[in-house]
Design a protein. Structure first.
Length: 281
């Protein structure tokens, strides 16, 4: 059985329970949520989020805790060495997000590695390593899955080598994994159409055992554009068959695939996209 879901909302009045209900309405058996707004640090108390009810509904529908993915807020930037206050704010918020994700009973948190904001990638990578060491010092329950990035602006994580350098540099590499975003790697210059070569390179540089989550998105851009603009499956420059091949590749059968494709006419496309993928083979 393929593990497929999408990003879903989490809002009042049902919060995580509503998130699970939304995922089920799409025919999903996995889901990804934020524990609060991704653009700020304001958070609703855990006891108001209907966590036990959400976990019960997940169990009733055979959704494992491994299939509940949390995405860290966008504003965390552990790579910023220009403004120490930004680095510290990232540490503080990420620490809270780890605690909340563990309360959600999630096993994986997706994190954008960060951006060097002009100071250079090497300084940023060392700063990211430092930050991850701080937040993971007492974390024994949640894997932080660093996301591959498109290379827009000064983003870190545009190559497998940058991700590998971070993992190799931390004190506890066992607490790190990787989220592979198909739009991002395409825009970064990788050829998603040659899946064997792609996975072989990933395995050689990082290791397939580190791959924990896949963000399944087509791209509005040509390969190597470094723009990061998601497209719906089959209407972008990657192509439907190449994306479906990722879903059904045996080497990736254990990895949760999460759709982050754009809304169509202000409506989520996930039910149709998940149905199409389930019927592909």
């Amino acid at each position: 059985m393929i593990k497929i879901g999408s990003h879903v909302g989490m809002k009042a009045p049902k919060y995580l329970l509503g998130s699970v209900e939304e995922a089920l309405s799409y025919g999903a058996n996995a889901l990804m949520v934020y524990t609060g707004a991704p653009q700020n640090s304001r958070r609703t108390a855990l006891d108001k989020l209907f966590l036990p009810e959400a976990h019960a509904l997940m169990k009733e529908n055979n959704i494992d805790n491994l299939d509940l993915i949390v995405h860290a807020p966008y504003l965390i930037n552990l790579g910023n060495t220009v403004k120490p206050e930004t680095f510290q704010a990232g540490i503080d918020l990420l620490t809270v997000e780890i605690e909340r994700s563990i309360a959600f009973k999630a096993k994986y948190m997706v994190l954008h590695p960060g951006a060097h904001v002009g100071a250079g990638s090497e300084l940023a990578i060392q700063s990211i390593i430092k930050g991850l060491d701080i937040v993971n010092e007492n974390n024994n329950d949640l894997i932080i899955a660093l996301e591959t990035m498109a290379g827009k602006g000064t983003e870190i994580g545009r190559t497998f080598e940058e991700i590998a350098q971070i993992i190799a540099g931390v004190k506890r590499p066992e607490m790190l994994g990787v989220t592979l975003d198909t739009c991002h790697i395409h825009d970064a210059g990788y050829d998603v159409s040659d899946l064997d070569a792609l996975l072989n390179e990933f395995d050689k540089v990082i290791g397939l055992d580190k791959l924990k989550v896949i963000h399944l998105n087509d791209s509005k851009n040509e390969r190597g554009s470094h723009k990061d603009r998601h497209a719906n499956l089959g209407v972008g420059s990657i192509g439907y068959d190449h994306l479906a091949n990722i879903v059904y590749d045996e080497r990736l059968s254990h990895v949760v695939k999460i759709l982050e494709t754009p809304y169509i006419d202000d409506m989520p496309p996930y039910a149709d996209e998940i149905k199409g993928l389930k019927e592909y083979k």
